[in-house]
Design a protein around this ligand. Structure first.
Ligand code: MTE
Ligand code: MO
Length: 555
């Protein structure tokens, strides 16, 4: 096969795959977003890739890691599809087998996602079927490119047009309807010699137009399907919700809790700026009207609650700082919000947990699980089944309609979004999602501190410089924050007031900066008197340690 025809073959394969994937999207509008082959296969990859790779992705792409995954998947798929096209030219059955294999992978992925039913196979089946049809159209079917038959081009014979066959050198006759080429080869082809490896221009035109139209259709179908799926989402239901006022409002934020410095994280993180971490490639759309929370397992009386049941109960509002175990020293996977919800302690009391039920497993609609010590939910801290965040219903990507928030525990062991089930069990009996993937079953938040201003790239001038940041030790509280310059004496920073021990605290320290390059370090001591360790530890298995250190240049 010539390079040229190989290129066309690859294009045919890619077109077939694009049609398969694109058409699957509108089908998935009917069967649910997680049945889309791209999303289902992506989800399997997310669940299966080793932690080190996932961490690398988070490091490289931050919270855009999901987009990176989808783009990577598309590139990989494109490569395989091109290969199938080339194979199909040799033997059509080989190419079709490749498309079928894609289909099987899509079906398998969709059916193994949590809560899947047989209908979830439909997008992959329809997609693969149409993809196969497209491949056949281009290779073996009516849109086949001539040289692939490997026969030398036969000169046009017989009465092709009323004017008779066009011979080389002659210009093509113009039909009465206008300058429409009447011979299959058209006017330009006549001047071009057509060798065995050459592509007959008319055939090429048909091929390229065909694949162009099909690629366009595939993209339109894919984007249209996604758009429709988005419109079928729960945003409208969410906007219609009026949350009741809390019976127990949060304490007011004391004056001065927010130092309002540029570069310093605000005391309360706005919803749009709140970090988002989860394994969901498509944000679960959970209808509050049909949502239920089942509390079951090792309990005396299993119970199920509706959204209306929750809103009818006395709600409390609390500031709680949520942190991710994957937050590096100095990282920003942390935020502080005002949560409105039902105290989990009250709900657990109602189901009467068995004495040996030391773990509460939160289960999300998408099958994700986390395991929380029962004790942490019953020891009096403000563990909430939250419905509101910063005065609004939970944003969809932060768990709408209901999630869990537990002060003092990393999100991966406590903060289940889109929660539909709480199962009382034992740590000995069940490992939640991240545990078999190398993370600790227990995830208390470690004492940490961060320098927000200055930043390494800032130009500083000699004289007074405000060094400031945040420190956190949720549910223990921060007693002291210290800063040092170039391994000098630790200097005590001023702590801003906070609402409670469950939130972070802002700190600041006035530095008399001298010219040159300097290293600034921070460390915090929690209210139990324990000082943050200098020993650096990676985020796996239970959270990073070490002192946040920055280098600045003063002129
Ligand atoms: N359903 C579900 N809930 C989840 C997760 C998830 O992957 N799926 N990730 C957890 C983790 S690791 C963290 S740090 C918090 C982050 O919550 P946020 O996205 O609202 O900031 O959600 C937790 N809840
Ligand atoms: Mo996390």
């Amino acid at each position: 096969m010539s390079t040229t025809s190989r290129r066309y073959a690859a294009l045919a394969g890619i077109t077939a795959a694009a049609v398969a994937i694109g058409i699957a999207e509108p089908v998935a509008v009917l069967t649910g977003p997680r049945s889309s082959p791209l999303v289902a296969v992506g989800g399997v990859i997310v669940d299966a890739v080793p932690e080190s790779l996932k961490q690398l992705a988070i490091d490289l792409f931050g919270t855009a890691d999901k987009i990176a995954l989808l783009v990577g998947t598309a590139v990989l798929l494109g490569g395989f599809a091109a290969l199938f096209g080339v194979l199909a030219v040799r033997r059509l059955a080989l190419g079709l087998a490749g498309i079928a294999a894609f289909g099987v992978i899509g079906v398998a992925a969709a059916l193994t996602r949590s809560g899947a039913d047989l209908a979830d196979a439909l997008p992959s089946v329809v997609g693969a079927g149409l993809g196969a049809l497209v491949l056949w159209l281009f290779i073996g079917g009516p849109f086949e490119l001539d040289p692939w038959s490997w026969s030398p081009p036969t000169p046009p014979v017989g009465p092709v047009s009323p004017a008779g066959p066009v011979s080389p050198g002659e210009s093509a006759p113009v039909s009465p309807a206008g300058p429409v080429p009447v011979t299959p080869a058209g006017p330009t082809a006549a001047a071009e010699p057509v060798g065995p490896a050459e592509v007959d221009p008319e055939s090429r035109r048909r091929f390229l137009t065909g694949s162009g139209v099909l690629l366009g259709t595939a993209v339109a179908a894919g984007l249209g399907g996604r758009w429709l799926a988005g419109r079928r989402g729960v945003s409208a239901a969410r906007e219609a919700i009026r949350l009741p006022a809390p019976v127990a409002p949060a304490p007011a934020v004391p004056a001065g809790a927010d130092l309002s410095l540029t570069q310093l994280a605000p005391y309360v993180t706005p919803n749009f700026g709140f970090y988002r971490i989860d394994t969901a490639l498509v944000v679960p759309q959970v209808d509050p009207d049909t949502w239920r929370l089942r509390i079951h397992g090792r309990v005396g009386r299993e119970r199920t609650y509706s959204y209306a049941d929750l809103l009818a109960r006395p709600l409390v509002e609390r500031y709680v700082t949520l942190a991710c175990v994957s937050n590096e020293v100095g990282g920003d996977l942390i935020g502080n919000a005002l949560w409105l919800g039902v105290p989990l302690r009250e709900l657990l009391d109602e189901v009467e947990p068995d004495d040996d039920a030391d773990q509460v497993v939160g289960r999300s609609v998408d099958g994700w699980t986390c395991g929380t010590p029962t004790a942490a939910l019953r020891d009096g801290r403000d563990a909430l089944l939250a419905v509101g965040m910063n005065g609004e219903p939970l944003p969809v990507e932060h768990g709408f309609p209901v999630r869990v928030v537990v002060p003092g525990l990393y999100g991966y062991v406590s903060a289940c979004k889109w929660v539909t089930e709480l199962e009382l069990t034992r740590f000995a009996d069940f490992d939640a999602y991240w545990v078999p993937r190398g993370w600790s079953p227990q995830g208390p938040i470690k004492t940490q501190s961060r320098i927000d201003t200055p930043r390494g790239r800032n130009r500083l001038t000699t004289g007074p410089v405000t060094v400031a940041g945040v420190a956190w030790a949720q549910h223990r509280g921060i007693r002291r924050v210290e800063v040092r310059v170039d391994d000098g004496q630790w200097q005590e920073a001023a702590l801003a007031p906070t609402v409670s021990v469950d939130t972070w605290v802002q700190w600041s320290w006035r530095w008399d900066a001298t010219p040159g390059e300097h290293r600034l370090q921070v460390r915090a001591t929690d209210a139990t008197g324990e000082t943050q360790t200098e020993r650096t530890q990676d985020v796996v298995p239970d959270g990073a340690t070490g002192w946040h250190t920055i280098t600045v240049t003063v002129r």
